[in-house]
Design a binder for this molecule. Structure first.
Ligand code: EPU
Length: 430
């Protein structure tokens, strides 16, 4: 297994190109199931999760081609992917595939919409919490599907097609909102989704669906009104820049010190995060090219945060922010309200000398201002990158094990950091 070696202490200076958002690219690829025509996606990040979803969609019969790199093109602009679901050959998503990546469960709604039936394995237990799928099932039932669970599979049927309905979510869920949207756009009649998640990735998928001929109002708000259309066409769409990657490199720059332009970033999709970083003493400026992040000399101030659905502080940046707070000049409290078990980075950060105490859903982080390199273990995607951030500021060498978690969600991480002066190197496993 590959490892990543980090020698801490260097400031970051330069430019990092922000990749397309993983959490938009995955549902956009899934949206291709709704049309017989080709969906062309640009700036799809080169990630292990994208490769895995490619395999899953191919298993359903989606024909996928990936355009090669053009001369002079670097690896940071992702790739262009053409997905054609002219004929769906299999409506079952088996355990072996779905258990590896939760988002693959999201094929359920478009498969029923398109084929009138689908059988999708329940997603595997994920390390960050129990992550049930009751809201996904509720959404599909409101659209007229009959749903049963047998032998670890969700089996849904709507032989006469899905019908529009009112879906009122008791809790905000990104995945269930995607399911409701993907189910409703070709349903017979009108659908109203209330308490919908407002994450920019949902807006991106909705924008793409509109290009495919869907009729959706209220994009970006918590009430989505959909008028079902009989069929969707092909379309061409560019994946939005990854706000979590943007926030991650902003925090890395804040931690290590320096001056980095996050090129192509969309500061309007991470206003809560930039406000929190400014409170912590980081200088951030939106520019024509993206977001410029600077910290020169001054220490980091402690700031309390609580994760919330968008536009609140994202759970996907909680671990990275905790790493930053380990270097602050005082105590901060970080509360995780979305997932009940998303603190696995705490014990790994402790190996680097962090002083963190857990009280239920809150972590009290006593900034030490000084971390020391150590051997650490990646436990999930965002937790692993928090260890990279901490390692950048730690004295001496940090060795991160199990980096396959990182490869699921960060495109060319080492290259991007090295280009800004960090000493980061991948040690390829035997
Ligand atoms: N929930 C339910 N029932 C459901 C669905 C969700 O109770 O049927 C609960 C979850 O257990 C959780 C909360 O609702 O407590 C929110 O979960 P949500 O459904 O919003 O999460 P998700 O759709 O499974 C996506 C991202 C996650 C991100 C969360 C929250 C993708 C592929 N995944 O997951 O991203 O943390 O939204 O923003 O978009 C990551 O990229 O590392 C990652 C985990």
């Amino acid at each position: 297994m590959d490892r990543i070696r980090i020698r801490g202490g260097n400031r970051l200076n330069g430019r990092i190109e922000i990749s397309g958002a993983k959490n938009a690219a995955l549902p956009l690829m899934i949206a291709s199931l709704l049309s017989e025509e080709t969906l062309t996606l640009h700036r799809v990040p080169r990630l292990a999760d994208v490769r895995m979803l490619q395999r899953i969609l191919q298993n359903h019969g989606v024909d996928i081609t990936v355009a090669g790199k053009r001369p002079g093109q670097n690896g940071h602009h992702g790739e262009t992917m053409r997905l054609n679901a002219k004929s769906i050959v299999d409506t079952t998503a088996p355990y072996e595939l779905v258990s590896k990546m939760r988002a693959s469960f999201w094929v359920l709604a478009p498969l029923i919409a398109r084929c009138g039936e689908a059988k999708v394995s329940l997603p595997g237990g994920c390390a960050i919490g129990t992550r049930p799928v009751d809201l996904h099932i509720l959404a599909l039932e409101k659209l007229g599907a009959q749903v049963t669970i047998e032998g670890g599979y969700v089996i849904a049927r709507a032989p006469k097609g899905l019908i529009g309905g009112n879906i009122d979510f008791a809790k905000v869920s990104v995945g269930a909102t995607h399911a409701a949207l993907l189910g409703a756009v070709t349903a017979h009649g009108d659908t109203i989704i209330t308490n919908a998640a407002r994450e920019p990735e949902i807006g991106d998928v909705a924008d793409c669906l509109v290009k495919m001929g869907a009729r959706i109002e209220g994009i970006g708000t918590s009430t989505l009104r959909i008028t079902g259309v009989p069929r969707l066409t092909g379309a061409e769409h560019t994946v939005i820049p990854d706000r979590i990657e943007t926030g991650t490199y902003a925090m890395a720059t804040a931690m290590a010190g320096g001056d980095v332009l996050l090129a192509g970033a969309r500061p309007d999709t991470l206003e809560t995060v930039t406000a929190v970083l400014k409170q912590a003493g980081v200088d951030l400026r939106a520019t024509n090219e993206g977001l410029r992040v600077m910290r020169n000399g001054a220490g980091i101030e402690p700031v309390n945060v609580e994760t919330q659905p968008y536009p609140g502080f994202p759970t996907d940046l909680q671990a990275q922010f905790m790493a930053l707070m380990c270097g602050a000049k005082g105590t901060s409290v970080i509360r995780e309200t979305i997932f009940e078990n998303r603190f696995m980075h705490v014990q790994e950060l402790a190996r680097l000398g962090a002083d963190i105490h857990l009280h239920g859903d809150s972590a009290e982080v006593r900034g030490t201002g000084k971390l020391t390199g150590a051997q650490v273990m990646a436990t999930d995607l965002r937790a692993s990158v928090s260890l990279v951030i901490a390692g950048l500021a730690a004295e001496g060498e940090t060795m991160l094990h199990r980096v396959y978690h990182l490869d699921r969600g960060f495109e060319t991480l080492e290259e991007k950091l090295v280009a800004c002066g960090a000493e980061v190197e991948r040690v390829v496993g035997q």
